[in-house]
Design a protein around this ligand. Structure first.
Ligand code: AMP
Length: 143
């Protein structure tokens, strides 16, 4: 299955904040939406970085007080690993496994098409396995 098909089957909202936003605004989005990362955009609305819960933990250890009032730019990862919408779910899984990350944005050129989380990938894999098992059962019982 392609990433494009996977995105079609999940809610399309992509949560992002501008890189000039305060870290506390990004934390509020993560908390309100119950998500693990927000995408960070530049003044043109293009992808500038990604901010995960882990980045916030790291930042809080580097600077114990006042870090929430700094720009998200100071805490985000700028070298964002992405896939295109023609990539397969297995391609995404490989990126996640090799780089030990749980989120991969889907980009077609400069356009942000969506975000795949490790939860989306696991859900898809379980559905595929169940589908395969049902087909095997069917094959065995009906001959
Ligand atoms: P995660 O496991 O996705 O919560 O993120 C763990 C670390 O990897 C954090 O420092 C993130 O900023 C970073 N990270 C998450 N997703 C990506 C990505 N697609 N490309 C590069 N870094 C990422």
């Amino acid at each position: 299955m392609s990433v494009k098909q996977l995105l079609e089957n999940k809610s399309g909202e992509i949560f992002s904040v501008p890189k000039t936003a305060k870290l506390r605004e990004a934390i509020a989005v993560l908390n309100a939406q119950n998500i693990g990362v927000v995408l960070i955009t530049d003044s043109a609305g293009k992808l500038a970085g990604i901010l995960s819960e882990r980045d916030i933990i790291r930042r809080s250890l580097l600077q114990e007080t006042g870090f929430r009032d700094e720009c998200v730019e100071k805490s985000m990862t700028t070298n964002v690993l992405t896939v295109t919408s023609t990539a397969s779910v297995d391609d995404v899984m490989e990126v996640m496994t090799n780089s030990r990350i749980r989120h991969v944005p889907v980009m077609d050129g400069d356009d942000i098409k969506g975000l795949i989380s490790i939860g989306d990938v696991v859900k898809r894999k379980i559905a595929d396995a169940e589908h395969e098992a049902a087909a095997m059962r069917d094959y065995i019982t009906t001959g």
